[in-house]
Ligand binder design. Sequence first.
Ligand SMILES: Cc1ncc(COP(=O)(O)O)c(C=O)c1O
Length: 433
Amino acid sequence: MNQHQKSTGFGGGTATNFPVDEIRAMFPALRKAGDFIFLDNAGGAQVPQAVVDAVANHLVDFNVQRMAKYRHSQGVDRNIEEARESVAMLVNAYRPDEISFGMNATSFIRLVSVGIGKMLANSPEMERDEIVITDMDHDANIATWLALEADGARIVWWKMREDGELHVEDLKPLLNDRTRLVACTVTAHSIGTMVDVARVGRLAREVGAEVFLDCVHYGPHALIDVQAWGCDYLVCSGYKNFSPHMGFLWGRYEALRRLPTFKEDFIPDVPPYKIEVGTFCHENVAGMNAAVHYLEDLGRRFLPAGDHSRREALAAAMAAIREYEIMLAGRMIAVLKKHGATIYGISDESRLNNRVPTICFNIAGIAPQEMAAEMGEAGIGLRDGHMFSPRLMARLGLSMEHGAVRVSLVHYNKVEEIDRFDRVLGEILSRRK
Ligand SMILES: Cc1ncc(COP(=O)(O)O)c(C=O)c1O
């Protein structure tokens, strides 16, 4: 059992009794798409009806500016504060005002990195000038930090091993009293590997460094816990978490209070206001709130009758999702192996606990682009290309032009969909014999 598999103490669901058909019925896009199979969920997941309703209701009832003294505007303020409380619950924040809403994860990574760059440039003799980044991350969490070299930062690479994992033992020797920050993913959006970020947090704290976590890809798959992980900043994209296009940032209150940000003079210099400058997409934030409630409602199905906190319900949902998704990952990997695929990252059944069902592969004799196009024609949506990870492509010996194929599943995918993928893949390959 790794940190992402801790028992909730509530038994959770099991892969066999996971109510996938009931869940699918809650997602209008799945109903409407008929037998189309969504296997590109890492690029954005579908949303439940409750999220559609929350967005629509916000637009009908509250499509006005915040902070005025009339009913509609007060409704906007209330929706945003309720969403802040829900997302604080989702990540286990210390307090709701540690959550900021905005456009997407990339802009938040940039906002934090620019602030840290400013602090670096102003610190006496740049006493902590080292930033640790990885070659497994999305480029959003690499290029943004590399840009700080212009402010005098020294970049230190924590490299993935050949087994497709970031080993925390390899991080240890990279840390010292000059380390300012470790920026890493919680789970690779490309090859699906999970990282033991609680250990990253512990090691970083021992040398007085901060930790910035890219939680974009982990979010839909397991329970986020910023307190257990001991991190300082964390970003998510709502649209990967069964919500519309938006992003959010969590940061320790004190870290956010210190962080220099751009803001107009009339904005209070405190989080979240100093971060949420300008108007963001209020209706999508209402949708994010509904997405958290969706997960809670799902979690309550796995809990014994009685009173349970919102956080307990979320923990139960994510434990059940995790168990079900490990089963999906195993099935998909078995299919790919049967067809002779080269799987990048973890493919060993005994290590499925260290990955999510996001699987990157190639099959000899067929370019990723052809595979994706033929799958698309057969009604299966998946992704091909460089996965927005030039460094990882280089590590895997793949070209930016061709890259690989990625299938990414979430908890509304079914075994029957993997079976159809298996059949279609067989047909595509047999046409090439
Ligand atoms: C792991 C990871 N980090 C960052 C990003 C960028 O997120 P956004 O599109 O919200 O800026 C993505 C997007 O796919 C991602 O998968």
